[in-house]
Design a binder for this molecule. Structure first.
Ligand code: M6R
Length: 366
């Protein structure tokens, strides 16, 4: 079953061009950004909504965190995202005109299921599940469903489920924009082209594996790591830190780079590797000045960027560049290097990559 791979996680990382292509094909076959993509009643439901509330746990929560940027920027609808285990136990104020979106690879995560039930008990009737397992509990309890086509994910660390969730959430953002009259035809064609190019761009990122393996050697003896990103790439920093801590047991934290001066900069010294997700986007110059702050304290920088930025490596600054700038889908492409960094660091540390200690694939208890 593993073929040429040593672990399911490695296999699943490498399956991403295929998993994404399958998920994208389902979107484009369904006439791209039409509500029918989300179920037969979706037109009525999505036309009426005035906002989006996303609920999820772990990596799925980070997918929702990327989606918040997309939904507000592309569709103009307000969007909030909350960890399901927090939402379900607080006194929330429901707006039944908001769509509840749960995101779950397994469709069985107890906290996400209970958060959905709680939302319904508050009067929410419009619900959408983004899920990878057909007929699992959460999609069965939801009015609308989008199934990612990642195929079975066996490694405890979520990889291909995350990137395919992002594609489904991007399609949701664009569909909502279309319903809101905010999608000119040339923009729609552009997004379809972006989706078509995505599996190839992800393959290019996978081809960086030898360079990332050499970075992993530097992480192997470390006790701590810091991940930084800004804007839509901040959740990718969070995902990179979660992957690293989950499978290599290195303590890793992620911050929005603009927060450095408000506390975490105190941690930075020459023993602290700092990973920066810094593709070309509107915030790149801001990220560069954050990096100088790190360098000035002796922190060693490991920068993931893309073809359109003008970074160069220097003393204490390592740079890996994806060969294309992919615009709005950039967070998906920049997920690949952080997955591979975690994988190769764990491999070198000899941990149980597919079954990390203390964790289960599907968290069906509290
Ligand atoms: O099946 P779900 O997407 O609902 O699972 C949510 C989290 O338990 C899961 O993403 C977890 O954080 C992963 N092990 C992260 O790699």
């Amino acid at each position: 079953e593993l073929g040429p791979y040593r672990h399911f996680m490695q296999k699943e990382i490498h399956e991403q061009p295929r998993a994404l292509a399958d998920t994208i094909e389902a979107i484009i076959d369904a006439a791209a950004f039409e509500p029918a993509l989300f179920g037969k009643d979706a037109d009525d439901v999505l036309r009426e909504i005035e906002g989006v509330q996303i609920l999820a746990c772990g990596t799925s929560f980070y997918a929702g965190s990327v989606a918040r940027y997309w939904i507000e920027a592309i569709s103009g609808l307000p969007c909030t995202v909350e960890i399901a285990s927090e939402y379900r136990y607080r006194t929330a104020v429901a707006n039944p005109k908001h769509l509840i979106v749960t995101i779950s690879q397994s469709g069985e995560t107890l906290d996400t299921m209970e958060a959905l039930k709680y939302a319904k008990s508050l009067g929410h009737t419009r619900t959408l599940s983004i899920c990878n397992v057909p007929e699992s509990a959460i999609p069965r309890a939801s009015g609308l469903v989008f199934y990612t086509r990642a195929g079975a994910e066996i490694g405890v660390a979520s990889t291909k489920a995350f990137t395919t969730q992002l594609v489904g959430l991007f399609a949701l953002a664009v569909t909502l924009a279309k319903l809101n009259g905010r999608l000119p035809p040339e923009q729609e064609a552009g997004y379809i082209e972006d989706l078509r190019q995505l599996p190839g761009s992800v393959q290019h990122a996978l081809n960086l594996e030898p360079q990332i393996t050499s970075w992993a050697e530097k992480f192997t003896p470390k006790h701590h790591a810091l991940f930084l990103g800004r804007g839509v790439h901040y959740p990718i920093a969070l995902e990179g830190a979660l992957k690293l801590k989950e499978i290599s047991y290195i303590h890793a934290e992620a911050y929005p780079a603009g927060e450095l001066k408000h506390g975490p900069l105190a941690l930075v010294d020459d023993a602290m590797p700092v990973v920066v997700i810094a593709p070309k986007d509107a915030l790149l110059e801001k990220v560069k000045s954050n990096m100088q702050e790190v360098r000035a304290r002796g922190g060693e920088l490991f920068v993931f960027t893309d073809a359109d930025s003008n970074f160069s490596a220097s003393e204490g600054v390592h740079v890996i560049r994806t060969p294309r700038h992919v615009g709005v889908l950039s967070p998906i492409v920049h997920t690949i290097p952080v997955q591979m960094l975690a994988y190769h660091t764990a491999l070198a540390r000899g941990t149980d990559v597919d079954k990390p200690r203390n964790l289960a694939k599907s968290v069906t208890v509290e």
